[in-house]
Design a binder for this molecule. Structure first.
Ligand SMILES: Cc1cc2nc3c(=O)[nH]c(=O)nc-3n(C[C@H](O)[C@H](O)[C@H](O)COP(=O)(O)O)c2cc1C
Length: 343
């Protein structure tokens, strides 16, 4: 079973890098968002501040590396490059699913990146559905301890589990188990999707049981039915996966809905199909506190720290340019701007 997980993780990386895994006939919705340029910004570009808050921690930037990997041979290089770069730039780092860590010691190192990133928030990750398949509070405590994480995010990936060979598809009674977990762990628990978005009502229910942050991981970027389509050898599942390549809540709609329903008290992470700092500016203006990047930073993560840094620095410059362009000097100011049109 564990070997199967390691193989799956390696295939996810190579398929994401080499095949077209973006959802079809769907977009993030960010192309419907436009800023109204301010020719007289009355702001000194050099004074623009990017700091934001993840739960209770002030971060130097409003950026996060979305949960991607760990548990596969190549994942160690990827996570090391991401961790070193994230520490340098002050990005939050989310690790990939740590289920394999409980089942075997192999590739444990790939999740142990605290030594490269002593100061930034690190987020541990587990599929919420695992709470119905033998994982409980003790297993969560172990993955948090082994990765020295500051928070735990549970991912919701119902559609992927149907297509994935030997997927875990019993999603019953998870809200109640998430509530118990939130009450038992001493660190914040968040919930994310993997590319189909979270609606406002669901986010509200999750926050009511103690979830501290919601990462929308909306549609328009990586589609996990597309990824699994390339892995499955079952022609029936392959056909069904194709049918679902346009499924999900566009990222922009998901951010708007979640923020509207959960109010200001909880952290909202806008992610799913983010490529540029201008995408990030739009997500923040729609209500996100932080913005997550997944596939768009993966190729560089397989290369060098310097390559990752270049992507991060470009994104930061683009965000600052968007803020300058509308005349705001803080992430707070960007969240409150009325210089935005949503078509
Ligand atoms: C190679 C790869 C592996 C991923 N593995 C995980 C994972 O283990 N756990 C998880 O919650 N999300 C995982 N994701 C999903 C991402 O965190 C993200 O939500 C999704 O890819 C949408 O963002 P994107 O369009 O920026 O890629 C993975 C994404 C990629 C590209």
């Amino acid at each position: 079973m564990t070997e199967a997980i390691h193989k799956r993780k390696s295939e996810h990386i190579s398929i994401t890098l080499n095949e077209d895994v973006t959802g079809t006939n769907i977009s993030t919705g960010l192309e419907r968002v436009a800023f109204i340029h301010n020719a007289l910004p009355e702001v000194d570009f050099e004074s623009i501040q990017l700091n934001s808050t993840f739960v209770d921690t002030v971060c130097r930037t409003p950026f996060l590396i979305s949960s991607m990997t760990g548990g596969a041979a190549f994942a160690e290089t990827i996570n090391r490059n991401l961790a070193i770069a994230a520490e340098q730039q002050g990005w939050v780092l989310a690790l990939g699913s740590m289920r394999a860590l409980i089942e075997s010691e192999q590739h444990r190192e790939s999740f142990q990146v605290r030594k490269y990133a002593p100061n930034i928030p690190i987020i541990a990750n587990l599929g919420a559905v695992q709470l119905n398949y033998g994982f409980g509070i003790d297993e969560c405590r172990r993955i948090i301890e082994m990765s020295e994480a500051d928070a735990l995010v549970l991912h919701l990936n119902s559609i992927q589990e149907v297509i994935q060979p030997n997927g875990n598809t019993n999603f019953k009674s998870l809200l109640q188990k998430i509530e118990i977990l939130c009450k038992s762990l001493s660190i914040p628990v968040g919930v994310k999707e993997v590319g189909w978005g979270i609606d406002g009502e669901t986010a509200k229910k999750l926050c009511e049981v103690g979830v501290q942050f919601i990462d929308v991981a909306g549609a328009g970027g990586t589609s996990w039915s597309q990824v699994e389509k390339f892995r499955t050898v079952d022609p029936i599942k392959r056909k069904a996966a194709e049918t679902f390549s346009g499924w999900g809540i566009p990222t922009a709609d998901s951010i708007l809905g979640v923020r509207k329903h959960i109010g200001e008290a909880r952290t909202v992470i806008g992610s799913g199909g983010m490529y540029t700092g201008l995408d990030a500016a739009k997500a923040i203006a729609l209500g996100a506190d932080l913005v997550g990047f997944g596939k768009s930073i993966l190729q560089e993560a397989t290369q060098t720290v310097e390559d990752v840094l270049k992507v991060m620095q470009t994104i930061e410059l683009e965000l600052k340019m968007a803020m300058f362009g509308i005349g705001v000097s803080s992430v707070d100011g960007l969240q409150q701007t009325d210089r935005i049109r949503y078509k």
